[in-house]
Design a protein around this ligand. Structure first.
Ligand code: ATP
Length: 446
């Protein structure tokens, strides 16, 4: 369910254009007319998205003793998708307009317009076909022969490789329940109606964690992970009033879930899902036991009990959450009669942490500025700005990409061995001694 509330589509256009102009996100295959619903991350986008993924990995694995990592293949045995139910039920209801030939997801049309009587595109009545189920998995073939027996799917979610590796991980890492397995990786869905920029694409990345528990601890861990995941957004500076919980009612619950909640973010195009927390019971390991013939039960040697673990899943899109952080950070304000666009990204997420800029392109200032730059590279991603021009305009360019600090090297620096640090949010400036600069920045960015 996607609530349309407080929608401000113009703001989305501003963000899309900033992403293109400043090297965050480009349309895929653009010079060939573009490939619908696939995007490429540019130099700043790859830094930014990596920071989102790193923050997730850090919180979900490295800061804990009970969750370990995995990096599974995109291609997996077809039988896995039969066991998981995807081959049978990973479908969306699709309707076509016989007039304008556009295709829609029937559930989205009903949500937005109440029924299927009118085409949302051309507005004609009675032109939408009866809903048909459409499977969202992409197919390809293993080996040289394109025959049914060689058909495999590109994974539509990363979770299944965690389930089928449950025993490998548990035994090799000598893990006792409860413990979790986390994975970040690509997933593919042949979405019927992709859109809203990187919100709904056909190729995307997921960050999923499956937590294996004794059955009687189901509610306790569901509530625990709900709390953890909410806090993650707040820790990374998300405005709390821009996120909300949505609880799945019986109609929305997926076939594997006993209870499920989504985190919704208030995008410029309305409140929409960015993450799901799902109570999957023992459905997954039971099905894989049944379909593979391998016993995936767990023996608790302290309690002397054998059982099939229950699973609590947290599943978030890297691209979707990155887009939410981007929308949340985007601000326009007026400074001294001029518009200032600033991405107030959390320092951990900002693609560039510090930009060093000499006030002039002349020697010996440039040499000093390069030396200053080299001395601070270890604090994180830095940029040397040699574009020249008015310093105010160069600060604005860094504001637009969310750089927390600018360091200006001026003629005075040659005499007093000091530089100016300028803060993105307050725009305050202070002079610091060059030998102390690295330490100061490292502390600010820690
Ligand atoms: P939706 O209802 O939006 O199609 P979903 O409920 O099917 O999403 P899940 O299968 O629970 O989504 O996937 C978990 C997460 O993966 C989502 O919360 C979202 O962040 C991300 N995700 C799913 N589909 C896409 C997509 N087509 N493009 C980008 N991210 C996606």
């Amino acid at each position: 369910m996607e609530k349309q509330q407080g929608a401000t589509p113009d703001r989305m256009q501003d963000i899309i254009s900033l992403c293109k102009r400043r090297g965050f996100i480009f349309p895929n295959s653009e010079i060939y007319g573009g490939l619908n619903a696939v995007f490429d991350y540019g130099p700043l986008g790859v830094e930014f998205k990596n920071n989102v993924k790193r923050a997730w990995w850090e919180a979900m694995t490295r800061q804990r003793d009970d969750v370990v990592g995995l990096d599974g293949g995109i291609l997996m045995a077809r039988r896995i998708w039969q066991a998981s139910g995807h081959e049978e039920v990973f479908t969306d209801p699709m309707v076509d307009c016989t007039n304008c030939k556009k295709r829609f997801r029937a559930d989205h049309v009903i949500e937005d317009f109440g029924d299927l009587s009118t085409c949302p595109n051309c507005g004609l009545k009675g032109t939408l076909t009866e809903p048909r189920q459409f499977n969202l998995m992409f197919k390809t073939y293993m080996g040289p022969v394109e025959e049914d027996a060689a058909m495999v799917y590109l994974r539509p979610e990363t979770a299944q490789s965690i389930y089928v590796n449950f025993q490998n991980v548990q035994q090799s890492m000598r893990k006792r329940l409860p413990f979790g397995i986390a994975q970040i990786g690509k997933a593919f869905r042949n979405e019927i109606s992709p859109g809203n920029f990187t919100y709904r694409t056909r190729e995307f990345e997921q960050m999923e964690m499956q937590y294996f528990i004794p059955p009687e601890q189901e509610q306790q861990w569901f509530d625990y992970w709900r709390g953890q995941r909410w806090q993650w957004y707040l820790d990374l500076g998300m405005t709390e009033s821009h996120i909300m919980w949505h609880t799945h009612d019986a109609k929305e619950l997926a076939h594997y879930a006993r209870q499920a909640v989504d985190v919704y973010y208030e995008f410029p195009f309305g409140f929409k899902e960015i993450e799901g927390v799902h109570d999957r019971t023992d459905w997954d390991l039971r099905r894989h036991t049944e379909y593979s013939g391998k016993d995936l039960s767990y023996f608790d040697d302290q309690e002397k009990l054998r059982y099939i673990p229950f699973i609590i899943e947290t599943s978030v899109g890297a691209d979707r959450s990155a887009l939410a952080f981007l929308c949340d950070a985007y601000h326009e304000e007026e400074v001294e009669g001029e518009k200032r666009v600033v991405l107030r990204l959390h320092k951990r997420l900002a693609p560039v942490k510090v930009a060093v800029m000499p006030l002039s392109k002349k020697e010996p200032l440039v040499e000093l500025a390069h030396n200053v730059h080299d001395s601070i590279r270890s604090v994180g991603m830095t940029q040397y700005d040699e574009t020249g021009g008015a310093i105010g305009r160069r600060y604005r360019r860094q504001d637009e990409i969310g750089t927390p600090y600018c360091v200006t090297v001026d003629f005075q620096s040659l005499e007093d061995n000091q530089v100016t640090i300028r803060d993105r949010d307050s725009m305050a400036q202070r002079r610091v001694a060059i030998p102390e600069l690295r330490g100061i920045l490292a502390k600010e960015l820690a």
